[in-house]
Design a binder for this molecule. Structure first.
Ligand SMILES: *Cc1c(COP(=O)(O)O)cnc(C)c1O
Length: 351
């Protein structure tokens, strides 16, 4: 089996080894120490300091998105949702279900998010912006600097779903004044699914600590309090937290720049290698984590099924209007240039 999917990804050998171990009991000093060490490494790699607070949630990414909106905002806020695909729509759904006051900046497929499109939302009393920095359903990577400046100018809290941006593309929470970052274990981190993490700036921590969220499991105040001693209020996904500690140490040793460079090299090799094939790539800005490829003929489903059934190779299919033409190829996880070339050889059979 070979995964060119964006999550779960082709896991690294070191993660598979940690995963094979017995899951220990966790209300211990040893586990607390592991969590506090993990937290330091995570904050370093995501570009923030000890003043920020981390919430370790046992939930998928969508659970963390919902929990973040519930804890960081209330009915008095006015939210702007950047919606350019299925993950942007998920933020819309969350706002609607929780009866928040929100407006949507809709981006059609193929359209690039620009400064011009933000203009109608300047000075309109918004208090928060929700964005999936890399909209994984289309592959568009938004301009974080542009969004950050918009939020600074208009005094909005900036909430970033960086689930397929962190550890894939350069990301720095403090540099861009990001108030909440959401990440998930099975994507950029290349671990088992089940853990999601929210990192809150000190300003957002202040706001969260004054909030009155109506939830037992998703009350961030409880998580912040418990994390002072390296614990979580409820039983966490202990095994994945060991995978996380191991992965962050590995990345720290390698250096984040070198890690990102490896992803970029693999990505550029893939895009270069398909240039002469009857395949196109969208021309909006893309993340290095993944390449959306559009076939000239409606063969996407056949390619997905064929690669899976004949070769045990997995790529990401896509829903919606382009489901017959678009598949997405991931460049994160334990993949090599040889793997890229092998995939392209198999793709040629369908073309
Ligand atoms: C994968 C992903 C999520 C979370 O999806 P889950 O299936 O709930 O883990 C959220 N946002 C983005 C941008 C993603 O790529």
């Amino acid at each position: 089996m070979k995964l060119f999917t964006i999550g779960p990804t082709e896991m690294y050998q070191n993660t598979l080894e940690v995963k094979a171990q017995m899951v220990p009991y966790f209300r211990t000093k040893e586990f607390s120490d592991l969590m506090l060490e993990t937290d330091k490494l995570l904050k370093k790699s995501i570009g923030t300091t000890e003043a920020s607070q981390t919430i370790y949630l046992t939930a998928s990414g969508s659970g963390a998105m919902e929990a973040t909106v519930m804890n960081c905002f209330d009915q008095k806020d006015k939210l702007l949702v950047i919606s350019g695909g299925t993950f942007g729509e998920r933020f819309e759904d969350i706002c609607r279900i929780h009866s928040f006051n929100y407006e949507v900046l809709k981006i059609e497929f193929g359209q690039k998010l620009t400064q011009e499109m933000l203009k109608p939302f300047e000075n309109k009393g918004f208090t928060g912006l929700l964005v999936n920095l890399h909209e994984t359903s289309t592959g568009q990577l938004y301009d974080v600097q542009m969004l950050s400046e918009f939020c600074q100018r208009n005094q909005l809290f900036l909430v970033v779903d960086a689930i397929t941006a962190f550890l894939c593309d350069p990301y720095n929470m403090d540099k861009y004044h990001i108030d909440a970052t959401i990440i998930s274990s099975q994507k950029g981190l290349c671990l088992s699914p089940g853990l999601s993490i929210v990192i809150l700036s000190k300003w957002m921590v202040k706001k969260v600590n004054q909030s009155k969220v109506k939830s037992l499991y998703f009350d961030f105040k409880d998580y912040i309090k418990n994390m002072e001693r390296g614990q979580t209020p409820f039983t966490p996904c202990v095994g994945i937290l060991y995978e996380l500690n191991d992965m962050l140490k590995k990345i720290d040793q390698e250096g984040i720049e070198r890690h990102l460079n490896r992803v970029r090299v693999l990505c550029e090799n893939f895009r270069e290698s398909i240039k002469n094939l009857p395949i196109s790539i969208p021309n909006y800005p893309l993340s290095n984590s993944m390449t959306p490829i559009i076939f000239e003929k409606p063969i996407a489903k056949e390619v997905f099924e064929g690669l899976k059934n004949q070769y045990g190779i997995y790529v990401n299919p896509t829903g919606g209007k382009l489901k017959e033409r678009l598949v997405r190829i991931a460049h994160i996880g334990n993949l090599t240039i040889e793997d890229n070339q092998m995939l392209i050889e198999h793709l040629k059979v369908f073309l």
